[in-house]
Design a protein around this ligand. Structure first.
Ligand code: F6R
Length: 605
């Protein structure tokens, strides 16, 4: 949600902030803004809509100054208008914010009662007015900032400039991530490592309750009790060059086509093909004694969890609960004693998943996380971290993170089965060899992308599209539907193939394309029968299968998949559904990388 950058630098801040905001636009693109502080005071420029609108504003009215703060917004309180865009500014302060100030109404009433006026509807403006009030009361900047933080409830990351203070910036973190980047005679703040790529690779992640007072030469960090603390410095793995579309039209396209490479990279960290073994990072618990696994995630990561349940139960015979993170803690889950809870998240910051992690930790569970962003909060709060090594994922629709999550989860399932004594070394070696083969088969599928492109163009005019699959392919059907609806805005649903006749088949007519995911396995006969039932009702069936073409007789289209082992097949079937969504969206002319109403990293509940 919302991207933040803050610079106390030695060269013009606006071009540097705009570069950073470009990398952060994936976090929100409802509006953008920048403010700088100079001897002439605070100045800002804001614009509703994408960053390009802010560039136009800046071209017409440039902003000077070596120190500044910038923001891309995903609206929570207040519409995406210029008045609601950040930075929020008074005569004394300029503020950018990510998150939600839950008690903003009572603070607003209090401030209005003493004469403060507000130009917009955001919770952030209340923080700007409150800090201004404390400064007007004669408090020094640090005291005023501390007093302001003490009044705020909710989840937030803040970055603040003060009029008359050209060498001072404050940052605070409560629930929403914020990272300090250090440089030579300059220092920075950002909402993540992406914000600071190209500015600094020496990062200090603030912890919840921390706040920082920053000058060009000093960084002082305090905890929620205002006690000075030291936080470790880590080296960023994210280079500015990694966040580049290359020759691709969209980040999503680049990320789809990167998958053979990044999956090979991810598997390289977990497999020892020479000895036919899986190697997991050290954990402070013994997999052999884990009685039950709980998998929790949101969106695409949740579908990865659903696929993993089939693997873990089938291969390791360990019971698995799978939950949507936003529902998890409210259903008062029953944990098994000594159980392992695994949280899957590309960003490692998704608020619902993080809250679920903390719930499981409080219940005494062992905690593992499967994340892409290494320094993320979930990674830092886990007993065992399984990074997916997908590299920065910028497209809002998750693609390569999904297949890398699946690859890591497959390796985990094999290792768990081995630790439990459910499979012998030969079986482990066979699974390892199968996983090793996945990138080659993925590349083979991507080479036939023109076929999928033609199908996507053909069905892109449909109002509704269904995806159906059985068993482990049911979550792939749901993932296909999610991908399609979020970037093409075509209504799509994923169903278990056998469930259609219990209601959804009523939707079928000659205008409804149905994507059937049916690899040639022991369930494919049943799935194909369900597809025949759809065809009998004039539905247009598009079959994704390695089965021979006779099974596809009379079907509207058949995309021939390669035959592969059971373990890696779900990973492979993710590709055609991603391509289908991508090319349907391109055909419809939607904004593929920044679909409406969405943001990449969802740090509000
Ligand atoms: C869909 C998509 C989202 C995310 C979800 C969880 O394409 O990207 O559904 O999967 O918001 O995000 P993470 O994995 O960062 O927790």
């Amino acid at each position: 949600m919302c991207g933040i950058v803050g610079i106390l630098g030695n060269s013009p801040a606006v071009p540097r902030m705009m570069e950073s905001l470009k990398r952060l636009e994936y976090r929100g693109y409802d509006s953008a803004g920048v403010a700088t502080v100079t001897s002439a005071g605070l100045n800002r420029r804001r614009a509703p809509g994408k960053l390009s609108a802010l560039s136009d504003v800046l071209a017409a009215a440039p902003l000077e100054g070596d120190s500044g703060i910038g923001h891309t917004r995903w609206a929570t309180h207040g519409e995406p208008t210029e008045n609601n865009a950040h930075p929020h500014q008074t005569e004394r302060v300029a503020i950018v914010h990510n998150g939600i100030i839950e008690n903003f109404k009572s603070l607003k009433n209090e401030l209005s009662g003493t004469g403060a006026t507000f130009e917009g509807d955001t919770d952030t403006e209340v923080v700007a007015r409150l800090l201004t009030r404390y400064l007007e009361d004669g408090n020094a900047p640090r005291d005023a900032f501390q007093a302001t933080l003490a009044r705020l409830e909710g989840a937030f990351a803040l970055c603040v400039l003060i009029n008359g203070e050209e060498n001072l910036m404050f940052g605070a973190r409560e629930g929403s991530p914020l990272v300090v980047g250090t440089g030579q005679g300059e220092n920075f703040l950002g909402s993540d490592a992406m914000a600071l790529a190209g500015l600094s690779n020496q990062l200090i992640y603030l912890e919840d309750g921390d706040w920082a007072e920053i000058t060009r030469d000093t960084v002082q960090i305090f905890d929620r009790n205002n006690t000075a603390v030291q936080r470790p410095v880590s080296i960023s793995q994210v280079a500015a060059t990694m966040i580049d579309k290359g020759n691709h039209r969209h980040f999503m396209q680049k990320e789809i086509y990167e998958q053979p490479t990044v999956v090979a990279q991810a598997l390289g960290r977990y497999l020892d093909p020479i000895n036919g073994r899986v190697k997991l990072p050290d954990a402070p618990f013994d997999l052999a004694t884990i009685p039950k696994i709980t998998l929790v995630a949101c969106g695409t990561s949740f579908y990865a969890a659903q696929v993993a349940r089939y693997w873990i139960e089938k291969i390791a015979r360990v019971p698995v609960d799978v939950d949507i993170a936003s529902e998890f803690r409210y259903r008062d889950p029953v944990y098994a004693e000594n159980g392992l809870s695994i949280f899957i998240s590309q960003s490692g910051e998704t608020m619902d998943t993080l809250a679920a992690l903390r719930h499981a930790r409080a219940a005494g569970q062992h905690i593992a996380s499967i994340v892409n962003v290494l320094g993320s909060t979930m990674a830092r709060e886990s007993d065992m971290v399984l990074p997916i090594h997908a590299g920065p994922e910028v497209g809002v629709a998750s693609t390569k993170a999904f297949t890398c999550q699946l690859s890591v989860l497959a390796a985990f399932a094999v290792q768990l089965a081995s630790a439990k004594g459910r499979i012998d070394d030969a079986a482990v070696a066979a699974y390892v060899a199968e996983l090793e083969h996945a990138p080659t088969l993925m590349a083979k599928i991507l080479r036939k992308d023109e076929e999928i492109e033609a199908i996507a163009q053909d069905i892109s005019g449909a109002r509704d599209i269904l995806f159906v699959g059985r068993g482990i392919y049911f979550p792939i059907a749901m993932e296909g539907a999610l991908k399609l609806k979020e970037i093409s805005y075509i209504h799509a649903e994923g169903y278990a193939a056998g469930e259609l006749k219990h209601g959804p088949i009523a939707l079928i007519d000659e205008n409804v394309p149905v994507i059937g995911i049916a690899p040639n396995d022991d369930l494919s006969g049943k799935t194909i029968s369900n597809l025949q039932e759809i065809m009998a009702r004039k539905g247009k069936v598009i079959l994704l299968s390695d089965t021979d073409s006779t099974a596809a007789d009379n079907m509207y289209a058949h995309f021939q998949m390669p035959t592969a082992g059971d373990l890696i097949t779900p990973i492979l079937y993710a590709l055609p559904v991603q391509l289908l969504a991508y090319y349907a969206a391109v055909e419809k002319g939607t904004d593929v990388d920044m679909p409406r109403n969405l943001a990449k990293s969802v740090t509000v509940e």
